[in-house]
Ligand binder design. Structure first.
Ligand code: ZN
Ligand code: CU
Length: 495
């Protein structure tokens, strides 16, 4: 803590009388915080300091802006740059390019295969090179910062004439080259979605050979694993092997155990992750819901307890409705209804609440929404993830402290991805800030009514500029493309 006089020459904004939750997990304390331009310039008792704009926090919590560790906001950041679904939750940075899907690098004339169409249906929406994508963000910035990964499915579509086989040596070389060019341009990592049709035929060795391009750039590998159900332990082993042989940190995306027969198995999976962490860097992200969401024809529809249709190209009017109801009306079984509605998306109730809680509580689990911003009737995680962790899982259920909840969405994530000077409140850090009421913060988005902003988020700043205040977007778009070369190395070892 710094005294108010001395170090600071000027401040543009002072937030006074806040409960300072600094993102590190340390106990909160009362204090003031000063911002000049895009940085935090002082923290502590700032009675001696004045600024043009002063805000009385009245004991509300002031935290680093939340970092959404897992998003599909690649195109939304350009197409809907206000990013209200995120800033209304206090999110100030999004990590894109997950599950093997990125908007670059790819030149194609055809509609991309599912699940790439969840991010972009239009072949003209893709960027031939990663520099072009990041430049587009610079030219027309969104309200939030963007750290972008390269997707394996995107590379495969660009390099291969058919996806139902392993890549040839020449195709692997082309993908590796495309990845390296993207990393040189500023991509922060390489993601796979081995679960999905565009990549399920890819053997482990294909992924390793491509991922070997990461180490020289200090970039990481994230994965939507091949199997999150019956063979989840095999998939963890495959993911660890890829990380080891490529020499890259691994992030297990949206960790879960799907299917009733696998309920409770997060006890085993977290033990495996903990064991692997003794020898290599492994992280994970998780969202706070028992339902997932992805393309409808993902095989999940058959095993889910319940399915809600999020969009359908053939029957747009059914978005938001229960698949079984629609199937009954059509006189079809579930699988035939899925075929009739596709291309389409769905929400799948496939998880156990105890597993969700256990994974959320795991100290190395980051919070990531996995929201799908283009869905007509999206999973409520798109609008509700962060306030739900704070309000439901920390405050109401007491799974962890407020400070720990904030750490999982700020410093832990910034360290994992190496996001320099973000995720903590300290002098010199970027002024990505959220002021919220710890007594009332909560998600209001539901499975029936999913596009509702959270309650209790008072003020959100990105790079020192207000994007959200008193329930409204300011219209400002101060976000930046966070290029790998301007960041810190991703965390290489256990804390
Ligand atoms: Zn995924
Ligand atoms: Cu995802």
């Amino acid at each position: 803590m710094t005294e108010g006089k001395g170090a600071v020459g000027k401040a543009d904004l002072i937030i006074r009388g806040a409960r300072i939750v600094d993102g590190t997990g340390a106990a909160s304390r009362r204090g003031d915080l000063a911002v000049a331009d895009d940085r935090i310039v002082a923290l502590g008792d700032l009675n001696g300091l004045k600024a043009g704009r002063e805000i009385e926090a009245g004991g509300k919590a002031l935290a680093p802006g939340f970092i959404d560790a897992h998003t599909h906001d690649d195109r939304a950041a350009l197409a809907d740059p206000l990013m209200t679904c995120k800033v209304s939750q206090g999110v100030t940075t999004v990590v894109t390019g997950n599950c093997g899907v990125s908007l670059a690098p790819l030149t194609t004339e055809r509609r991309p295969p599912a699940p790439m169409d969840l991010v972009c249906e239009d072949p003209a929406g893709f960027f031939a090179d990663f520099a072009g994508y990041l430049d587009a963000l610079d030219r027309a910035p969104p309200a939030v910062n963007v750290a972008a990964q390269v997707g394996h499915a995107t590379l495969r579509v660009g390099a291969m004439d058919g996806l139902e086989r392993a890549a040839s040596a020449g195709e692997v070389k082309a993908m590796r080259g495309a990845l390296e060019d993207s990393l040189a341009a500023g991509a922060i990592g390489f993601s796979t979605g081995l679960f999905y049709p565009p990549a399920e035929a890819a053997p482990t060795e294909e992924v390793i050979e491509i991922a070997k391009g990461l180490a020289a750039f200090g970039a990481l590998h994230s994965t939507h694993m091949r199997d999150e159900g019956d063979r989840v332990l095999d998939s963890l082993a495959e993911s660890f092997r890829i990380g080891r042989e490529a020499g890259a940190p691994v992030v297990i995306s949206h960790h879960k155990c799907t299917g009733r027969q696998n309920f409770g198995r997060s006890i085993e999976t977290l033990a495996r992750i903990e064991a692997a962490r003794q020898g290599q860097p492994v992280g994970l992200d998780v969202y706070p819901y028992v339902a997932g969401s992805t393309m409808l024809a993902s095989g999940r529809a058959l095993n889910a307890e319940r399915v809600i249709v999020t969009w359908s190209q053939t029957r747009p009017e059914v978005a938001g409705r229960d698949l079984d109801e629609i199937a009954a009306e059509m006189g079809l079984e579930r699988d035939a209804a899925v075929a009739a509605l596709s291309p389409a998306g769905g929400i799948f109730f496939v998880m156990d609440e105890d597993d969700v809680r256990r994974i959320l509580t795991y100290p190395h689990a980051m919070i990531g929404s996995d929201g799908l911003p283009h869905d007509v009737h999206p999973h409520p995680r798109l609008w509700g993830t962060f306030p739900r962790v704070l309000g439901r899982y920390a405050r109401e259920l007491g799974l962890f402290s407020l400070e720990e909840a904030v750490r999982k969405m700020t410093s832990l994530t910034a360290a994992q991805f190496g996001l320099k000077d973000r995720g903590v409140l300290r002098e010199g850090a970027f002024a990505d800030l959220v002021l919220f009421d710890p007594e009332t913060v909560i998600d209001t988005a539901t499975f029936d009514d999913p596009k509702r902003p959270a309650a209790g988020i008072d003020l959100v700043l990105v790079n020192g500029r207000t994007v959200w205040q008193a329930g409204s977007h300011s219209g400002a778009r101060p976000g930046r493309a966070l290029r790998r070369q301007d960041q810190d190395p991703p965390r290489a070892a256990a804390e």
